[in-house]
Design a protein around this ligand. Structure first.
Ligand SMILES: *Cc1c(COP(=O)(O)O)cnc(C)c1O
Length: 356
């Protein structure tokens, strides 16, 4: 058995893999594959509707919040958000917390002015900014709730910040209980915590739309997708189906609060083990550590090579750190069971004992 700690695309529940495989061969006993049916048929429309309503239910969204499944990955949202929300001469406030936030900032600059409301650059992105300052006239404030590469996470959310709150939740979506109605726009690529690559979840408070004063191409205008119930054009049907199965699975686990409890246990177990090992370095400030992506390095580069090989031999997959940070990253997404973290911890302790 392989223990998959990959950062993305990443582990999904086994049941989801089984059901998705079956749907490719014979979808809901229709005698047809999900890959060959029309998207405007009851067979698929029920999938889209169930996926959207599961998101509403799991996030406890109010009437103003609309749920969309769109193409293009979170990277498309870096551009689509400012295109829909930011006027040409307007200002948007962004927090600069790492690689992903910086990519979002770069795209926003194409559509208006960007103000940095808070930055973690000085700490080399090992912290989350605590004091934010930005114009009250900003079109919105953008945060990246979990920085997948740096291994940081917002634990005190800037709710009620006075302007619409926008969040990239790609790597911690549905992993913890947040007050989702306090966000005006949430987006997340599915491939980390809620499905297969190729689809984005977008949750929008529709009352903030329609003020950008620019011509928006049809397929990039959120209002058109809302009107068409997320079926403006052919959706990525298989990816939506996998997301729907993953959402069903999450509901069966007891929902977001239940998975949060397990996620907290997983992270506590791993961090507390790493803290006891003298040659391991945890760069992220303790209070800003991510529960999803645990980043660590070793004081000696030779040890890093040995450790990497050791984990490979032990059937641990995806523990190598991102090339920009080095070291290691173990991702603990929703579908990763506590038993895999326990296994990983045992392997790490075994390695440490050999080196001690
Ligand atoms: C992975 C990731 C992205 C990029 O997602 P794509 O679907 O590849 O475009 C954006 N933001 C965060 C926080 C991520 O973890």
């Amino acid at each position: 058995m392989i223990h998959n700690f990959n950062a993305g695309p990443s582990i999904l529940p086994k049941e989801v893999f089984e059901q998705a495989s079956q749907a490719i061969l014979n979808f809901n006993n229709s005698g047809l594959s999900i890959l060959e049916i029309g998207h405007r048929t009851p067979l698929f429309e029920t999938v889209m509707e169930e996926a959207r309503s599961l998101v509403k239910e799991l996030m406890q969204l109010d009437e103003d919040h609309e749920v969309l499944f769109l193409h293009g990955g979170a990277t498309t949202q870096f551009m689509q958000v400012p295109m829909n929300l930011l006027k040409q001469d307007g200002v948007a406030a962004y927090t600069e917390t790492g690689t992903w936030a910086n990519k979002a900032i770069k795209e926003a600059k194409l559509f208006g002015h960007v103000e940095i409301a808070g930055s973690a650059k000085e700490s080399n992105f090992t912290t989350i900014p605590k004091q934010l300052s930005f114009s009250k006239t900003a079109a919105y404030l953008h945060i990246t709730t979990n920085e997948t590469i740096a291994g940081t996470q917002w634990h005190h959310l800037p709710y009620d910040c006075g302007v619409p709150l926008v969040a990239d939740m790609s790597s911690d979506i549905l992993s913890r209980t947040l007050n989702f109605n306090k966000f005006d726009l949430i987006y997340a690529g599915a491939q980390k915590n809620m499905g297969a690559a190729g689809v984005n979840l977008v949750v929008i408070n529709k009352t903030i739309l329609g003020n950008a004063e620019r011509v928006i191409p049809t397929v990039l205008d959120y209002q058109n997708h809302i009107k068409e119930k997320s079926m403006l054009n052919t959706p990525p049907v298989f990816a939506v189906y996998v997301a729907m199965l993953t959402l069903r699975w999450l509901k069966e686990q007891g929902g977001v609060a239940a998975i949060e409890t397990i996620n907290q246990q997983k992270a506590d177990l791993l961090y507390s083990t790493l803290e006891t090992i003298p040659f391991i370095n945890l760069p992220v400030a303790k209070e800003d550590r991510s529960l999803m992506n645990v980043v660590f390095t070793m004081k000696d580069e030779m040890l890093e090579k040995e450790f990497l090989q050791y984990t490979k031999d032990a059937n641990m997959y995806g523990v190598k750190g991102h090339r920009s940070v080095g070291g290691f990253r173990m991702s603990l997404y929703n579908a990763l069971p506590l038993s895999s973290v326990q296994y990983g911890v045992d392997v790490i302790k075994e390695f440490a004992a050999k080196k001690g």
